[in-house]
Design a protein around this ligand. Sequence first.
Ligand SMILES: [Zn+2]
Ligand SMILES: [Zn+2]
Length: 327
Amino acid sequence: MFAMQLRALGTPLVWTELPDREPGPGEIRVKVAACGVCRTDLHVVDGDLPSPKLPIIPGHEIVGRVDALGAGVTDLAIGERVGIPWLGHTCGACPYCASGHENLCDAPLFTGYTRDGGFATATIADSRYAFPLGEDGDDVALAPLLCAGLIGWRALAMAGDGKRLGLYGFGAAAHIIAQVAAWQGRTVYAFTRPGDVATQAFAKTIGAIWAGGSDEMPPDLLDAALIFAPVGALVPAALKAVRKGGRVVCAGIHMSDIPSFPYSLLWEERQIVSVANLTRQDGLDFLKIAPQAGITTTTSRYRLADANQALDDLRAGRFEGAAVLVP
Ligand SMILES: [Zn+2]
Ligand SMILES: [Zn+2]
């Protein structure tokens, strides 16, 4: 198999040939058809996240087909199309796993961070954390649903049922969640980097009724705001834009420091919460509603060998929607 491997933090990925692995008990081997590129991959490469496995193959939005079954795997078949998400394994025994909060597991493994992921021609996954994807939809179009969609969905649920929803950082996750929110009958306000008129125009084509810079106030106060950009200064900006009792949901795994702000921004029962990871139930729920909501993804396709270019383009905001690697 071939992979784009991270050998040291802060260095480019390296094209590497590795021996084919056989799946262990409970595991599957998946021939990768497409793998989305997520901002979290950038955080892994940049060393923003503690204790990655090194070397590591990044990538946790994997669409592929099962091509080998480990001992004891009976619920998936050779040739079946599956999606492999960020949550790669949980312990099943800690208080979080025992109470339905496996996203907070004390001893988890994460695909593309602490176990090898999908920037490769093949990957090994724990079969219990793979989602059957069926045959509807294109591999490349489905890939961004596996993280941008799933974690965006969890963040949207955390926002409560308020109608006016602000999305700060209009990348892969927001472009999916804007469509879900509009389908749910919410009103979407998109906030981009100041001056990014191209992304503001894009946001309006997929359901936002207003789009502007993150330094602007929306025309109406928001019921909730989701922050997808890794920029701490957006927290006080979003607090300013939500109504009394409104909620600000930080949906990223890493953010720059949040600057100090006057207590009056939080006063009147405004809330700040964060979203961590996903549960398998989040995945099952979202993958069921995505076709009902008629989600379409906007993707930029890169060859696997061009993964470093895809990461650079993501960092610089050079495309709308999501980048997807194709082996
Ligand atoms: Zn991700
Ligand atoms: Zn656990």
